[in-house]
Design a binder for this molecule. Structure first.
Ligand code: 5RP
Length: 229
């Protein structure tokens, strides 16, 4: 089974949790896009759902495939969000933001009763941190914010390269007009403490540590899909 087939398998298993009439948060990334494709087939066969997309990219795909969309302001309470992840540990803590949509993804997940993560086995880790942690920052005072992130991490015994995410010949900009710093701290033994400390830096808009948000993860591997909960 190749990587795409595993993503489709996880997405198909998640689709089984979707019921008629649900208000759905719809994630971002290649795995979430497989979910959108499968969801669109169900919608064209009569399933009624309303989706809130977590990025402009996901919104475009939903519109193209005929998945009905609403804004989060129109539907501020959601039944279920289905999204991918860059890492997931055994306690359903995640690193997200590889696709640059972490802020909207976190707002949408927090507005949902449940969040199902869809991923392949390569995303499962014992300790978060192999994947560089995306941190979304305000463009104003970015140098000062980088220094604050570095000092905060160092107080927690973490260090590593902080790299501004690039796109084309400039800096990557999120849908909200912010920058992303990818922080290669390595193993993060206390994700809760790092999450708390990053949130206290004024220039940090949000970070990619998702804690107490996922309620279930569907992990696809060569032998099939398994569930973490
Ligand atoms: C986007 C994300 C994605 O869910 C994450 O990067 C996983 O993407 P993929 O399914 O393409 O591996 O957090 O901000």
């Amino acid at each position: 089974m190749d990587a795409r087939e595993m993503k489709i398998k996880a997405a198909a298993a998640a689709l089984e949790h979707v019921r008629d009439g649900m208000r759905l948060g719809i994630g971002t990334g290649s795995t979430a896009e497989e979910f959108v494709r499968l969801l669109a087939e169900k919608v064209s066969a009569g399933l009624r759902v309303e989706g809130v997309p977590t990025s402009e990219r996901t919104a475009r795909l939903c519109v193209e495939l005929g998945v009905p969309l609403k804004s989060l302001d129109e539907l501020p309470e959601l039944d279920l969000t289905i999204d991918g992840a860059d890492e997931v540990d055994g306690r359903l803590r995640l690193i997200k933001g590889g696709g640059g949509a972490l802020l909207r993804e976190k707002i949408v997940a927090a507005a949902s009763q449940r969040m199902i993560v869809i991923a392949d086995e390569s995303k499962v880790v014992d300790t978060l941190g192999r994947f560089p942690l995306p941190v979304e920052i305000n463009p104003f005072g970015q140098a000062a914010t980088l220094i604050a992130i570095e000092k905060t991490a160092s107080r927690l015994g973490l260090s590593g390269e902080l790299k501004m995410r690039a796109s084309g010949d400039g800096l990557f900009k999120t849908d909200g007009g912010h920058f992303i710093v990818d922080a290669s701290f390595g193993r993060i033994p206390d994700a809760e403490a790092l999450a708390r400390e990053l949130n206290s830096i004024p220039g940090v808009v949000e970070h990619g540590l998702f804690i107490n948000l996922a309620t279930l993860a569907i992990i696809a591997g060569p032998a099939g899909a398994r569930v973490l909960e």
